[in-house]
Design a protein around this ligand. Structure first.
Ligand code: ZN
Ligand code: ZN
Length: 141
């Protein structure tokens, strides 16, 4: 297991995430677009793999099955977290808040058509449209 460290822009919120994963996920669904201002690229892990070691993220309930964390001081997007169903606790930490992205690479992308082609992620990763995403993951995506 690798412990990585991260935090928001102002440093008020700091966290660790412990996972073997090195693949990042990208999401361009409308909610991720609006919450991040672009798209959410994340390192995903179960809730118990993430520890907040300084500060407390503010949380916005974005749907009946998920919430989004951010820093109340600087506004940095910190995470997307599933709050209901069998995936409850599963958390997508915003990769851009990691202290280093060394050793990580984009593995898959969901709602890849969410930007209407205005901006696209290059590379040979798995790419699912919104329709394909809903078919594969359902409403929890
Ligand atoms: Zn902050
Ligand atoms: Zn999304």
């Amino acid at each position: 297991m690798t412990e990585r460290t991260g935090g928001c822009l102002c440093g008020a919120v700091r966290y660790t995430i412990t996972t073997e994963k090195t693949g990042l996920g990208g999401c361009s669904c409308e909610q991720c677009r609006r919450h991040t201002g672009s798209l959410l690229v994340s390192l995903d892990a179960p809730g118990e793999a993430i520890r907040f070691v300084a500060g407390e993220p503010a949380v916005y309930t974005s749907s009946s099955w998920a919430e989004r964390g951010f820093c109340r001081d600087c506004g940095s997007t910190l995470f997307y977290r599933v709050t209901a169903g069998k995936m409850a606790g599963w958390t997508a930490m915003a990769a851009g808040t990691l202290d280093t992205l060394e050793g990580l690479s984009l593995e898959n992308e969901v709602f890849a058509d969410g930007t209407a082609g205005a901006y696209l992620l290059a590379g040979a990763h798995e790419r699912l449209t919104g329709e394909e995403t809903m078919k594969k993951y359902g409403a929890g995506a």
